[in-house]
Design a protein around this ligand. Structure first.
Ligand code: C2O
Ligand code: CU
Ligand code: CU
Length: 582
């Protein structure tokens, strides 16, 4: 990169440094003095949290931009919050002290924790209150994070600084030979609005609720205009998108490829070469970058490339941004390698799916609650569906809106199975995931199985403005489905349970069981016996199934009244009544 290019790059990243006006720079032929002013700030690293210690939430003044105070919402005075680094199998404990004047919880994103440790907004800690989060670390080693999950305040809390890394380590991964220590670098990517520098002013207006609160000034680990000095060797970077709404298309400024080695839930089963990937809010991707080909004195910039999302209208995602400049300054070797193989991942088989759930993401109107899942917005104490332990489920998510939605599930990790029917997935999709980016008008199928904790968990959009707008549902993980329930609606081993909830509006669920492989149908009829909707018609394996239906999406919307659903298989026909109440 020549000097002129370097100034332009620096300008893109640093145009908001108030003491230097871009126009002056272009006019000035003697750039050297200015160049030193434009070299930016060394990448910062939050302190490491001591397991068993206190996490105290309070406002604090931090020098985000040099020499200027930013009032942030900090954990233990730090923005980003202190990094949790814990070993798989250990017990994590944090004593949360809420010294802020609003209710708050800490959610451990991607971490499999018991219901009451998950930081659900129903378990909010009031101002002045305390709560001890403690749970065994069951997750695979990987890059996770924590953040506020307060009811309708998550977006503001996170924007103001309440988020940090939660990194799970595993000594079993040491023999893989990945770069470690100083060569294993977490990078939390966030965006803030340059117009408000030095403050993290959060005033979400209707457009912000619609698109998300997007900024134009990237902060890496809270560092504006950041640079990081690297050696000519292999590094591991753990990228976390801690932004409220911005999607990044991560690449190097010279388009040199790197290796993707990890997704939300830890290492992939193979290192995959790529030159770019998308990282949406809440997602993590671990990559290996080799700086050996560069010479000392060179630099290369981690950036977000310009993009247009398929199917999307003219909204504000896709701006080109410089994120972090790597200055190549030394020859120290990390000793790390790109492993030829990584431990295998067992992929779920769609033939084992027992329960299919459909989710439709919509946007309507321009007021509160415009973002919806199956026509619903979040109600704190309403359970939107029940998921039995141990049954493999397929979650088929249709984004029927003109906006990007990174969909996130609490509790255990899932696998992305297909996008628009194609199982040929980008490398950042393949592996264990808890957040998946869904483009406008795309259908993404996930396979998910919960095997651990029962209780109430969340499924929501991780565009935090959408989440706070109510694009979030509660689900309850319940006992496994028993095949031998005592139920009068049994014939030759076929069981058709009463739908729940019932009466309902607009969604309900039907559980049924079939004693052997074969063709079955499950259909809906009106009071006159006219067939109005087919839920299932075809071959199914022996087992228990659950189907959810949405009255609003059947025949343009079912009106109030009684309907019948019938399970048939060969000579068996079982019928039950359901009631729609509008
Ligand atoms: Cu990272 Cu419920 O969220
Ligand atoms: Cu989460
Ligand atoms: Cu969304």
């Amino acid at each position: 990169m020549n000097r002129r290019d370097m100034i332009l790059k620096a300008l893109q990243a640093g145009a908001f440094i108030s003491s230097v006006k871009p126009m002056q720079l272009f006019a000035n032929e003697k750039k050297d003095a200015l160049l030193t002013e434009m070299t930016g700030n060394p990448l910062r690293f939050p302190p490491v949290f001591t397991n068993g210690g206190t996490m105290s939430l309070a406002t604090a003044n931090v020098n985000v931009w040099p020499g200027q105070n930013t009032q942030v919402l900090a954990i233990n005075g730090s923005y980003p919050g202190p990094s949790v680094i814990v070993e798989k199998g250990s017990v994590f404990t944090a004593h949360f002290s809420n010294q802020h004047n609003e209710p708050a919880t800490i959610h451990w994103h991607g971490i499999n924790a018991p219901e009451l440790m998950d930081g659900h907004p129903k378990d909010a800690v009031p101002p002045g209150g305390n709560y001890t989060y403690t749970f065994p670390v069951l997750n695979r080693a990987g890059t996770y994070f924590y953040h506020s999950h307060a009811d309708m305040l998550t977006a503001e809390h996170v924007y103001r600084g309440f988020a940090g890394f939660f990194i799970v380590t595993d000594p079993a991964e040491i023999p893989l030979g990945l770069p470690r220590g100083d060569f294993d670098v977490p990078l939390c990517i966030q965006d803030r609005r340059s117009a408000n520098i030095p403050q993290f002013t959060y005033t979400a207006e209707l457009n912000d609720v619609m698109y998300g609160y997007l900024g134009d000034a990237p902060l890496i680990n809270g560092t504006p205009d950041a640079y990081f000095e690297v050696n000519r060797t292999l590094y591991r970077f753990r990228l976390l998108n801690g932004s409220n709404a911005r999607v990044y298309k991560i690449a190097l400024s010279d388009n040199r490829p790197f290796h993707i080695i990890g997704t939300d839930g830890g290492l992939k089963d193979a290192a995959v070469q790529a030159a770019s990937f998308y990282l949406s809010p809440g997602e993590r991707t671990d990559i290996l970058v080799d700086f050996t080909p560069y010479t000392i004195g060179q630099n290369v910039t981690l950036k977000s490339q310009a993009f247009t999302a398929p199917g999307a209208g003219s909204y504000r995602q896709g701006t080109e941004l410089n994120l972090l400049r790597f200055d190549v300054t030394g020859n120290t070797a990390s000793g790390g390698i790109v492993p030829a193989t990584l431990p295998p991942i067992t992929y779920y088989n769609p033939a084992d799916v027992k329960i299919v759930r459909n989710f439709t993401l919509t946007m309507s109107g321009s007021g509160m609650n415009m973002h919806r899942i199956n026509g619903l917005t979040f109600v704190m104490d309403r359970i939107d569906w029940q998921t039995p332990l141990n049954s493999l489920e397929e979650w088929k998510i249709l984004n029927a809106s003109n906006n990007i939605h990174p969909m996130h599930s609490h509790s255990e990790q899932f696998q992305v199975y297909s996008r628009n029917g194609s199982t040929d997935l980008p490398p950042a999709d393949k592996g264990w995931k808890d957040t998946v980016l869904i483009y406008p008008f795309e259908t993404v199928r996930l396979l998910v199985r919960f095997t651990g904790y029962r209780g109430i968990f969340l499924f929501h959009c991780h565009n935090l403005e959408h989440e706070d707008d109510g694009m979030m549902l509660n689900f309850k993980i319940t006992d496994p489905i028993g095949i031998n329930e005592n139920n009068s609606n049994v014939a030759e081993g076929y069981v058709l349970n009463q739908n729940y909830p019932n009466p309902f509006n607009p969604s309900t669920n039907i559980i049924f069981e079939i004693p052997k492989d074969g063709n079955i149908s499950l259909k809906l009829y009106d009071q006159l016996g006219k067939e109005i909707y087919t839920m299932i018609d075809g071959f199914r394996r022996k087992g228990s199934y659950e189907v959810s239906i949405n009255a609003d999406l059947i025949n343009g919307g079912l009106s109030s009244g009684e309907y019948f659903y019938k399970l048939s298989a060969g000579n068996v026909l079982i019928s039950k009544k359901m009631i729609v109440v509008k």
